[in-house]
Design a protein around this ligand. Structure first.
Ligand SMILES: [Mg+2]
Length: 145
């Protein structure tokens, strides 16, 4: 199945000041509704079952049903982890038979500056204070269309 993928950070994207932000969640839902993108967690939240459960609960509450899996920990940077996931669809992925159509990462860490070559046209930066804004939504939809 050909999928659009969002590699999603949590802190500074959905979680502001230690709690999930409803506006940011709603904005993420708009992106996934319009682009049919599936979500792969790239946040350090992915390592903890309780944190993943918290994310899933927040998604469920707002009606996001797109969680596909999470990245592993191969490589030195988050960009390495994302590329490694795309290469391997490692065992952290819930479904099989996936072909990636378009993909982006949404993060408050500037992955584009970190690795311009590999993140060009694949990255939307958020801020720790605002998380996903309407601008983020527009840019994400543009890149996934
Ligand atoms: Mg972050």
């Amino acid at each position: 199945m050909a999928l659009n993928i969002i590699f999603l950070d949590i802190d500074g994207v959905l979680c502001l000041g230690r709690k999930m932000d409803k506006n940011c969640l709603q904005h993420l839902k708009t992106i996934t509704d319009i682009t049919s993108a599936r979500i792969v967690l790239s946040s350090s939240w992915r390592f903890f079952p309780k944190s993943r459960a918290q994310i899933e609960a927040s998604f469920k509450e707002i009606g996001i049903n797109s969680l596909l899996g999470w990245t592993g920990s191969q490589g030195k940077t988050r960009v390495d982890e994302i590329y490694s996931w795309m290469k391997n669809f490692d065992n952290k992925t819930i479904e099989e038979d996936i072909i990636i159509n378009k993909w982006i990462a949404i993060d408050d860490m500037d992955l584009y500056t970190l690795d311009k070559t590999r993140m060009q046209d694949h990255f939307v930066l958020t801020t720790l204070i605002q998380g996903i804004t309407e601008e983020t939504v527009k840019e994400a939809i543009r890149l996934l269309s």
